[in-house]
Design a binder for this molecule. Sequence first.
Ligand code: NAD
Length: 455
Amino acid sequence: MLTRRGLLKSAAIAGATAGLGGLSSAVALGEDGRWETAIPATTDATMVGVPFERHEKVRLGVIGVGGRGTGVLSNFLAVPGVEVKAVCDVVPERTARAAKMVERAGQGTPAEYHSGDHDYENLCKRDDLDLIYIATPWIWHVRMVLSSLKNGHHTATEVPAARTLDECWAMVNNSEKTRRHAMMFENCCYGETELMVLRMVKAGLLGELTHGSGAYNHDLRGELFSNGGEGLWRRFEHLDRNGNLYPTHGLGPVANYLDCNRGDRFDYMVSMSSQSVGLQAWREQHLQPDDPKMKEVYHCGDQSTSLIKTAKGRIITLEHNVSEPHPYDRINLIAGTKGMFRDYPARLYIDGQKEGEQFVGLDGYKADFEHELWSSKGELARKSGGHGGMDYIMCWRVIQCMREGIAPDFDVYDAAAWSAPGPLSEISVAKGSAPVKFPDFTRGNWHTARKFAGV
Ligand SMILES: NC(=O)c1ccc[n+]([C@@H]2O[C@H](COP(=O)([O-])OP(=O)(O)OC[C@H]3O[C@@H](n4cnc5c(N)ncnc54)[C@H](O)[C@@H]3O)[C@@H](O)[C@H]2O)c1
């Protein structure tokens, strides 16, 4: 077993060789009984609060135009000030479809990159891009982020940004070294409800916050076994991983309510996984006995439940379940000394309210707390589409930050911290649900107060 002393020594070694990433993710038992991983040293300055340079237009490259990438491309094309210069996918018909969308939007013909798995590197080498958006299978995200950063481009990747702690650190180290932002496009942070609740929380409606809860409970069984789209890659994540595979949709909004990386931070977590039976039961019902998928062995528990403790003592519960039947639910709960909010459906309870001890809807609060992004652009967002309009609002806001030359709402530290429950839950589960520390990806800069979308 690696001791704390050994870990610190390996941290020093890793720090010395960190450069553009590459940290041993050895886990050691700390003196406080919690498992921990090394934090690499750096001489590079933080990216916390670093503004974008001003852009009159934002020149965009897109890597991955399958289901998600195509949807977000159409959102970007509806945002003023965006020029799509290049698109990439390993499937030529998809880059052709994307190029047509760009042409139809009156932007001319973008360059197409579709010559194999690594043609994205050629897109990244272009010198006429300001932002690269990545919507590919998870195993590709970070290598594409690094290629983009090293070529001088700001980067936005889909969720989860990273699958391992090494990948989290590689993003952080390279963003700091290249002075380019590596954002993760956590669209749920821009939901109409989430931004309104953020305003209510900041106005003190719920008092001093003590706990929150988030989830990705989404019946994906049909999609996971399909012969196209995510069925070609996402099911494989269930073969040898066991933990929360998709933590960011539930965690991002709750992290914002609790000011994580903006005055508080995730300290440690414990995690449990149920047995793995849901996918097996589904395929028995839906596949032929000789289907090769019948031979696959899934290790990922159907239900993943984790508890996160923050540095300020607050608690977050986090769930993941894509393998069993249930209605869609991100929970989205936040509570404190004066009341609580929970979603699905959205409902609020404020101590002493005239309606008595029962939840009430948000309608009565809209006039005071609707976020300006939604009051001014909600109609266009709903028309543009993408998860009820949140995708358009996110694209619009990121482009606004780049055009105005202000710091992004979310940065590489959020990308790393919100992705980290993936690998940390795997470590905790493997160690009998032992507590595992979050690395402080900000290296001490989490105290800095910052706003999210102006709130
Ligand atoms: N934020 C959200 O609400 C949301 C919703 C859906 C998916 N996603 C995320 O978006 C990403 C993509 O998911 P999807 O549903 O679009 O999957 P998809 O399978 O439909 O699309 C992925 C695309 O990437 C392409 N691709 C694969 N390897 C490539 C490579 N080396 N170079 C270039 N292109 C490559 C594929 O050909 C495919 O077109 C995933 O990270 C997923 O988790 C996010």
